[in-house]
Design a protein around this ligand. Structure first.
Ligand code: CU
Length: 254
């Protein structure tokens, strides 16, 4: 009986934290189709080494940590993860596990979302699955704030629910096998900025033919640290998000 009460208390605490915050991007989206959790995204593991949706997602705070590559407690490779075929030029995206649902909320924290591609050094399906993701990443998308006062100002002041994030996969992306990395930043003062990252395994098909090679390229970890003005942000920026400076390179559009 005693342990049952203790378990109930633990569940209550977990539930409260879940509602308050934190998430991972466990669903890949292609042309509006939301795929099952962890089908194409490298999963978060529980203590038994199995993918878990019940495990509490925790934020990261240090962009120089290895976890910032593909997520805290995520697998370092993708043996148990499938590879999605994505068409260059089409709309793709991510949906997080929900920490809030309903009108007037966004399913993730207020701040920028950015997407990166990293080409697998070994261009075979096995090579991608075995790869730890330590390579060259180029940025293909970033979100902008709705309003100087908040990134999701329009959502907060409407009956809209925002729970999917969509962006265009550049048409001339060189075909091949990649990690598609989702990044979410919840900018705050000093060491309270929350960071999230998840990686999907994808094969890009399309015409290729970009005028320039994808880039600039950066590494994760390594692309930036907490000294970047877009990680620990100033009060001035928090009052006017149009002044926000994005960490990482410029977006490569093909
Ligand atoms: Cu959070």
């Amino acid at each position: 009986m005693k342990s049952r009460i203790a378990n109930a208390a633990v569940v209550a605490v977990l539930w409260v934290q879940q509602v308050e915050s934190h998430y991972y991007f466990n669903h890949l989206i292609a042309n509006g189709t939301i795929f099952p959790n962890w089908k194409y995204v490298r999963p978060v593991l529980n203590g038994s080494g199995l993918p878990s949706d019940l495990m509490l997602p925790y934020p990261m705070y240090d962009p120089t940590s290895t976890g910032f590559r593909c997520g805290l407690n995520q697998t370092g490779s993708g043996a148990m993860t499938e590879i999605a075929t994505l068409v260059a030029g089409s709309t793709v995206g991510f949906r997080p596990n929900f920490w809030q649902v309903g009108p007037g909320v966004a399913a993730w924290h207020d701040g920028p979302l950015q997407a990166y591609l990293a080409r697998s050094p070994e261009q075979t399906r096995k090579g991608l699955k075995n790869w730890d993701g330590d390579g060259e990443y180029f940025k293909i998308a970033k979100t902008t704030p709705d309003d100087p006062r908040a990134w999701f100002y329009n959502t907060y002041h409407s009956n809209n629910t925002v729970n999917t994030w969509n962006f265009t996969l550049p048409l001339t992306t060189p075909p091949g096998l990649y990690l598609l990395r989702a990044e979410s930043i919840y900018p705050h003062f000093l060491n309270s900025t929350q960071l999230y990252a998840s990686c999907a395994q994808v094969e890009v098909v399309g015409p290729g033919g970009a005028k320039s090679d994808p880039g600039p390229n950066v590494k994760f970890p390594g692309a930036f640290d907490t000294s970047h003005p877009g990680v620990w942000v100033s009060e001035e920026v928090r009052k006017n998000w149009t002044l926000y400076q994005y960490p990482g390179p410029e977006v490569w559009t093909g």
